[in-house]
Design a protein around this ligand. Structure first.
Ligand code: ATP
Ligand code: MG
Length: 530
């Protein structure tokens, strides 16, 4: 085959965004920007500061905080290893299998290769110092040297006991240096915020620390309307200080204020309390016992959850399970005194703030770390994926991640769904037109046009300056297509007279202005484009 045919047959491949991910395009991105800008503004008025977090973290962080039995951790996480460690990992693997079946003398060279690779990986920064579990490279080298000394002795001097001792040690080192470090694309950000709170010693700042974030999250889910594999959240967390019910209420008030400012339609706030470490386990046991009694009538998902996570059964949307769930014991009837008081006070605080809510005893959150106050907000136009915000209290989480005992509450808004709902109710952005299209002709006019564009842009107007000369008719057509409000006409006459023609495209009216008058006129006729 000649080079020519090879080229012809090699059809350029068409790439597509991966299922569950998508491009956000103008003009829709203008709405995204408005939503995010509004979040910055509203959250600032409540004293929150922005935190920007890494997109990936150690897998363990999410596994430990969200809970192994949750959908997120058990099946939705995007997890990957450190590529640069692939050589080390394969030697690790080979050595492991030699340890279980190979002879002593075949093990030592592999151990030597392993130590060499560990040293190399450290030098290249592929694994970070200190090594896990307090192992040092010096210690490893010394042990290797003694192994090699021993292995080099005449074969009849090698004692079984010593060989076994060494193999045992090699096995132990191998386990300690389990190098396969795993990372996960963040499925949510609360765990990261808590990690950052601990890492930066934020407990020594005035408490509580109030942080918000926005950005992409990743979950391997079945893509559908309002459910993506890369989706966006806007969230906030209050960490430290007390668990005063007013904090719960103010956090909820903040989300509601944000939605109100965006004129989100059909907003419904559901709240619940799912108890604390004292009372929740007892309720969960009661629930589990009751669920066992009706096990046969439940679907397979709920049957499984009786064991793993009975609270999630309450979440079920399965039609056939609804009458059964309606008869289950309700958490509100099984709260301890403190939790019952806390819940009552949260409701009172919400009322004080004029926040309308509905109590929903079946509202449990999907992630393990929640306790006491939980809430969810739904909006219209979203079909069955109608939750735009989920949140709750998670007082034990920071401690679970190795920090001091710390109170915590927060929420996460699904930005994709928020945007969808705004669009469905006609709150989407109108096509973003230009304010001014500069129709210029002639070399002198171009210089003037460039200057005019600079001044207009400086004043905040959106300006389209064609890169090449156009006939006026064509220029006006183009201005129309771009939805420009005005065409600024600059030809030889205009430039030499110092009088510029401004044409209003909506009605075709036009007038002449001097350069300074033009800016004044435009400023008065329209507020700066938003
Ligand atoms: P759902 O019950 O809809 O799966 P969830 O309980 O998994 O939601 P949270 O982890 O509480 O959701 O996340 C908070 C918000 O993030 C949700 O209310 C939703 O608006 C949004 N969200 C969650 N998963 C997705 C996704 N895959 N695509 C788009 N938005 C999502
Ligand atoms: Mg989910």
């Amino acid at each position: 085959m000649s080079e020519g045919t090879a080229k012809k047959e090699e059809k350029p491949r068409k790439f597509q965004a991966i299922r569950g991910t998508r491009d956000l395009l103008p003009p829709e991105t203008a709405l995204w920007n408005r939503v995010e800008q509004t979040a910055h503004e509203i959250f600032m008025t409540f004293g929150f500061g922005e935190i920007r977090l890494p997109i990936f973290e150690q897998t363990e962080l999410f596994a430990r905080s969200i809970g192994a039995e949750t959908d997120v951790v058990s099946k939705e996480m995007y997890t990957f290893g450190e590529q640069d460690l692939s050589r080390l990992n394969s030697i690790h693997h080979a050595l492991s299998s030699r340890l279980s079946e190979g002879s002593y003398l075949s093990i030592i060279p592999w151990f030597e290769a392993f130590v060499r690779e560990v040293e190399f990986a450290i030098k290249e920064d592929h694994i970070l110092q200190p090594l896990p579990n307090g192992v040092t490279i010096e210690e490893l080298r010394k042990f290797l040297a003694s192994c090699m000394d021993y292995a080099n002795r005449p074969i009849n001097e090698l004692e079984e006991n010593e060989k076994e001792r060494q193999i045992g040690l090699i096995r132990a080192y191998l386990q300690l240096l389990e190098t396969e470090k795993l990372f996960t694309l963040r499925p949510e950000a609360t765990a990261s915020v808590c990690r950052a709170y601990i890492e930066h010693g934020m407990q020594s700042l005035p408490q509580p620390v109030k942080l918000y974030y926005m950005g992409p999250m990743f979950r391997r889910e079945r893509p559908q309307k309002g459910r993506y594999r890369q989706f966006y959240q806007i969230g906030a967390e209050v960490l430290g200080g007390s668990d005063a019910p007013a904090i719960d209420a103010e956090v909820i008030e903040m989300v509601m204020t944000f939605f109100d400012r965006l004129e989100l339609q059909g907003v419904q706030l559901d709240i619940n309390s799912i108890g604390c470490r004292e009372c929740r386990p007892k309720y969960v046991e009661l629930l589990r016992a009751e669920l066992f009694k009706v096990k046969d009538k439940l679907g397979p998902d709920s049957q499984r959850r009786i064991e793993t996570n009975p609270l999630r059964v309450l979440d079920s949307k399965l039609e056939s399970e609804q009458p059964i769930i309606a008869k289950l014991p309700r958490v509100a009837d099984h709260l301890c005194e403190d939790c019952a008081k806390h819940y009552a006070a949260v409701k009172h605080q919400l009322e004080m703030r004029g926040v309308l809510y509905r109590e929903n005893w079946r509202l449990v959150r999907g992630l393990d770390y929640y306790m006491r106050t939980t809430f969810e907000i739904t909006a219209q136009g979203l079909g069955s994926q109608n939750a735009v915000c989920g949140g709750g209290r998670y007082d034990g989480l920071v401690e679970l991640l190795g920090g001091p005992p710390t109170k915590g509450i927060g929420f996460a808004i699904g930005e994709d769904r928020l945007i969808l709902s705004l669009q469905e109710s006609g709150k989407g952005p109108v096509q973003q037109g230009r304010d001014v299209y500069i129709a210029w002709m002639g070399e002198r006019a171009q210089a003037t046009a460039v200057r005019a564009a600079k001044d207009l842009r400086k004043a905040g107007f959106s300006v389209e300056l064609p890169p090449v000369e156009q006939k006026f008719g064509k220029a006006l057509g183009q201005a129309d297509k771009l939805g420009a409000k005005y065409a600024l006409i600059l030809g030889d006459n205009e430039v030499s007279e110092g009088l510029w023609t401004l044409k209003k495209l909506a009605d075709g009216s036009q007038a002449k202005f001097t350069e300074p008058d033009l800016l004044d006129h435009l400023r008065k006729s329209k507020p700066v484009s938003s």
